[in-house]
Ligand binder design. Structure first.
Ligand code: ZN
Ligand code: MN
Length: 482
């Protein structure tokens, strides 16, 4: 059996996080009663005229710039004609052509697993509008909900021949892309709600063959996991087809999440003729150099660059950096803590440990809690300068999380500073040893493991305030001479 090389092209649709729709003032939102966010424009009624949403255009331009694209300084909208009930006008406003899309000829870097990156070329980033949704009614028949119709939609397509050559890379590509969109604030990235949709096309060819194989397109992938599984499944399926003397057909396949298998949706007998033509209702968009440069300069630091900076300049592990940058608010929180003088590694530990756990339990975001970066730094410093030990820090943080007071204020009001006075610690040690003669005897007869129990008793008796290092020292000393 020859070695087969997979090739994966990625087509991603992202609903833009605008307030209103692409060509009318209807609000953009998810769910709700069907057909409650519609108007004559997005219902495609005769005689209406579209007015483009400036902020949607800007979001696509920003994305194109972040994806290292060339910008079409003049760009027009086209009508993509086809008939389907979810498309009220009978055409979708989209952008056609090689150099007409707002962005073209760019690339996205994905991690290559070796601490470096791999470049995935991007063919186009264009602006279009979303369709409505068909729904099966409980009593039979179908209905159509136009709430989503006319939502600004961005399409991002990779270059051919594809740079992505395995299922893992297709997942990495989507993860990187999603993070960039979230960082730019142009899409909420909710795959489960369909605001980010990914349709990979997959082909295989025997090693040494220059010609690319027939590709199949996968739909209904609503998680990173299913993207990776789906692509892997298609590769296996196509190899099995070729190995049994069959032919891979150009078709659209759906993904069955439960069965973890793809199924035939429709055969593509021939390429659809969408009869694209410039939309006569929409004027060409013409951009000035200064405007584009202004947008370029307004771009935030992108996730991959941020992750590498956290690792190289702040000394975090790849894992920690990954956890922090996964959410822009989270990384902003972290950077504020570091700016306030918090040690990066310790601040990160508090955030991804106790803080994250408490937020998770309540199901809230950092900004909805009473803890600010200042609280984290305050706590880190109390431990650093020896005012409190790790155990007290945990208690103080828990209280701080509850009432929003700074850990240092709580420590002060409780007189809860760490006991570092050797004499005071010695008193406690002596008391515990006197109360536990049997344990001391065990220790003396060679069972050194019981020392942990004694440490526990001492910490308990000191109300958790004794400096653990000193406790170890004083206790060892006392046991030697007991
Ligand atoms: Zn509308
Ligand atoms: Mn599209």
């Amino acid at each position: 059996m020859p070695n087969y090389l997979p090739s994966v092209g990625m087509e991603v649709h992202a609903e833009l996080a605008t307030q209103s729709k692409m060509f009318c003032r209807c609000p953009v939102a998810f769910g709700g009663e069907p057909n409650t966010r519609v108007c004559p424009v997005c219902l495609g009624l005769p005689g209406t005229l579209p007015v483009p949403n400036r902020s949607a255009v800007e979001m696509v331009l920003k994305t194109a710039l972040a994806l290292n694209c060339k910008i079409a300084m003049t760009s027009v909208f086209h009508r993509k004609n086809y008939f389907y009930p979810d498309l009220p006008k009978g055409y979708q406003v989209s952008q056609y052509g090689e150099t007409n899309p707002l962005g073209y000829d760019g690339y996205l870097e994905i991690p290559n697993g070796d601490g470096g990156t791999k470049r995935v070329r991007i063919r186009r980033v264009h602006l279009e509008e979303d369709t409505g949704k068909l729904m099966h009614l409980p009593n039979g028949g179908s209905g159509v909900d136009y709430n989503r119709a006319g939502t600004p939609l961005m399409e991002i397509v990779t270059e051919f021949p594809p740079d992505i050559t395995n299922p893992h890379e297709s997942r990495e590509y989507l993860q990187q892309l999603r993070q960039i969109l979230i960082y730019l604030g142009v899409c909420d990235g909710k795959m489960e709600e369909g605001s980010l949709r990914c349709e990979p096309n997959i082909s295989i060819r025997p090693e040494g063959t220059p010609k690319y194989g027939t590709k199949t397109e996968l739909k209904n992938l609503n998680s990173f996991r299913s993207v990776q599984l789906g692509v892997a499944y298609e590769v296996r399926r196509q190899i099995a087809v070729l190995e049994t003397g069959g032919v891979v057909h150009q078709e659209t396949r759906g993904w069955n999440e439960q069965k973890e298998a793809s199924y035939l949706m429709r055969l593509k007998e021939e390429e659809n003729d969408y009869r694209y033509f410039p939309d006569p209702d929409l004027a060409p968009m013409v951009f000035e150099e200064a405007y584009i440069e202004g947008l370029r300069n307004s771009l935030p630091e992108l996730p991959l660059a941020k992750s590498l900076r956290y690792q190289n300049e702040l000394g975090l592990s790849e894992y920690d950096a990954g956890v922090l940058i996964a959410d822009r608010e989270w990384s902003k929180f972290f950077e504020e803590a570091v700016a306030l003088g918090g040690d990066p590694k310790t601040s990160c530990n508090w955030m991804t440990g106790d803080f994250a756990k408490m937020l998770n339990e309540q199901g809230i975001e950092p900004s909805q809690s009473k803890v600010t970066p200042k609280h984290i730094v305050d706590l880190v410093k109390l431990v650093e300068d020896g005012t409190i030990n790790g155990k007290m820090a945990k208690q103080l943080f828990a209280e701080s999380y509850q009432d929003g007071r700074l850990p240092s204020e709580i420590a002060k009001s409780k007189g809860a500073s760490q006991i570092t006075d050797v004499g005071q610690i010695l008193d406690v040690v002596k008391k515990v040893l006197a109360e536990n003669p049997d344990v001391v005897a065990k220790y003396k007869s060679g069972n050194l493991g019981v020392k942990g129990f004694l440490v526990g008793q001492i910490m308990k008796l000191s109300g958790g305030r004794a400096n653990p290092g000193l406790v170890q020292k004083v206790l060892s000393n006392e046991l030697e001479n007991y």
